[in-house]
Write a protein that binds this ligand. Sequence first.
Ligand SMILES: [Zn+2]
Length: 257
Amino acid sequence: MPIDTFTCFDAHVHVGRWQSPDFGGHGSDLASVAGVLSAAGFTGALVMPTDSGDNAGTLSSLQAFKGPLSFRFAPWINPRDASLPAFLEANAGHIAALKFHPSFCRLPLTAPEWRPFLQHAADRGLPCVVHCGRWQEVAGWSITLGVAASLPSVPFVLSHMGGDSPALVAGAATAIRERRLDNAHLGTESIREPWVVGRAIDAIGCDRVVFGSDHNLNHPRSFLAVIDALGLSGAERAAILGGNARRILAPRAGQTA
Ligand SMILES: [Zn+2]
């Protein structure tokens, strides 16, 4: 099936250089990210900084960008960044979502340090993109789902579909269904096995799965191939590849697209 260029949106893209030694100094600027996304058939993305937390630099590069892709911005929430509350207020009109990384910040999402930012999301109706991984005490999907249950008006996207392993994805999807967490979604970044994505879709439906690549670490074509291996209908594929993200990230009053 040809890529539907109208709907292809990558809801998990990083711009900038990584600080964690795990990534060997890897980085890329917005122009190169835009080139990769365009070549892969994407027309838009939710862009966030790396673990550098360079929110101001990322936003200014987005504001200087001249298309044709359409980008939305998610600042990196580091609760130890004393300048962050003022940044969020000053740039509220340009912020589409908030990005939380409990592992890099070494704080579970239930830690009081996150609370003002979760409240900010609730007050503004901003979606929260939350890294979930194998470090269960800090980045376990169950922690994020507990917070999502306490903030039902806030859309949550659990990155890596709740954690990069078949058992973690299955656990997250089952819990979302059984607890009827209508505000919880699973982001597809870094899940390589189509059957893992397929079982999650069986549990929660295509409307709760949001395409993400984790570019500039991964390549969007890798995870596009995973979705295309599922044999979905055109409507199901369009929902995962953009419709769901566009719904969750729809500009609120006072925001620019
Ligand atoms: Zn990421």
